[in-house]
Design a protein around this ligand. Structure first.
Ligand SMILES: Nc1ncnc2c1ncn2[C@@H]1O[C@H](COP(=O)(O)OP(=O)(O)OP(=O)(O)O)[C@@H](O)[C@H]1O
Ligand SMILES: [Mg+2]
Length: 316
């Protein structure tokens, strides 16, 4: 079968319940080949459940799913032949060394030992683990364990890789190393489906982002498209005197919104020109605010707007 042109992953109407609890409620999504898709959601949103269904570890209740051109329900072996999975919790055997863990993966993938040895060497080098190759994994730091975990996923040379919270618990530097690894994989043509709770991670990496909340995808699009879902940026002015705030508010007419007791928000694109106009207007009334800050919407705003108000119906 020629799968060259179909999306790496497509999902229509995917539902999954555990007993009475509906965890996934008619999810639709599509991930083009060679792209990075980020599934965002708070704890318990169903991210791991989605990954487990797409990677054949769990069966969907209903829905049409294609991963690498195969249906996980009807042809799990087909799916397994093209995917790699790095789960939320490490698959590293702590009693084995880094090298032994990789060789074990080679055995599980039925690679001849000579090939496994060469591949293990290459992966240890590529993931900056060569010096630690012969140490038992229990002596690895969290970042090293996570790198080994992903290296092990690559042994089968998968075309589609699922990464369930690949950087949770890593320090900022290790997270950046992980991002570089992920970008390198995509540059090599691999498709990445990742879950994360870090909005900056999705912003940095993902071509498309979906936000999962209470069983539904409440938003889907590029980072920029999602940012446009929330109200625009503003310039925030802080005052110590209520009278000053009121004078400045009058000077801005209807444009300024009073936020709390001593803060004004002036809708703005946050550009240099807009800041200069605000400063000029302040000069004209002769009042210097206590503080001035520029606020542009980020994915955090989107996430909170979409997942913070459980009863609010979000337009899709
Ligand atoms: N095997 C199971 N049996 C019963 N309930 C389950 C099972 N697996 C998951 N759940 C429930 O399904 C919901 C979604 O869980 P899931 O692990 O997919 O969330 P998640 O988005 O990955 O969360 P986290 O960010 O904490 O990893 C949770 O309420 C969880 O308790
Ligand atoms: Mg999870």
């Amino acid at each position: 079968m020629n799968h060259a042109r179909c999306p790496a992953i497509s999902v229509a109407g995917l539902s999954k319940s555990f007993g009475e609890q509906i965890v996934l409620d008619r999810i639709d999504l599509e991930v083009p080949q060679g792209s990075i898709f980020a599934l965002l959601g708070p704890n318990g949103a169903g991210k791991t459940t989605t990954v487990q269904i797409l990677s054949t570890l769990l069966r969907a209740d209903s829905g049409e799913i294609s991963v690498g051109g195969y249906d996980p329900g009807a042809d799990p072996d087909g799916v397994r032949s093209v995917i790699g999975v790095t789960g939320q919790f490490s698959a590293v055997d702590e009693l084995l060394t880094g090298r032994e863990n990789l060789l074990l993966m080679g055995d599980l993938n039925h690679l001849p030992r000579s090939e496994s040895l060469g591949l293990a060497e290459e992966l240890l080098r590529r993931f900056d683990l060569a010096d630690a190759a012969d140490k038992v994994a229990s002596a690895y730091s969290g970042g090293m364990t996570r790198r080994l975990d992903i290296a092990m996923t690559l042994v089968g040379d998968p075309r589609i890789i699922f990464l369930d919270e690949p950087t949770t618990g890593l320090d900022p530097r290790s997270r950046r190393v992980m991002w570089d690894i992920i970008r390198d994989l995509v540059a090599g043509g691999v498709t990445i489906f990742l879950t994360t709770q870090y909005l900056d991670e999705a912003d940095q990496l993902a071509d498309r982002i979906a936000v999962l909340h209470q069983g539904r995808l409440v938003a889907e699009g590029t980072a920029d498209q999602l940012k446009r879902l929330v109200p625009g940026g503003y310039i925030r002015l802080d005052f110590t005197e209520r009278a000053d705030l009121e004078s400045v508010a009058r000077a801005f007419g209807g444009a300024a919104q009073v936020n709390g007791d001593l803060t004004l928000a002036i809708p703005s694109d946050g550009g240099v020109r807009a800041v200069r106009e605000v400063l000029d207007r302040l000069d004209a009334v002769g009042i210097e605010p206590d503080g001035l800050s520029v606020h542009t919407p980020d994915l955090d705003d989107v996430f909170l707007a979409l997942t913070g108000a459980p009863d609010q119906e979000i337009a899709r």
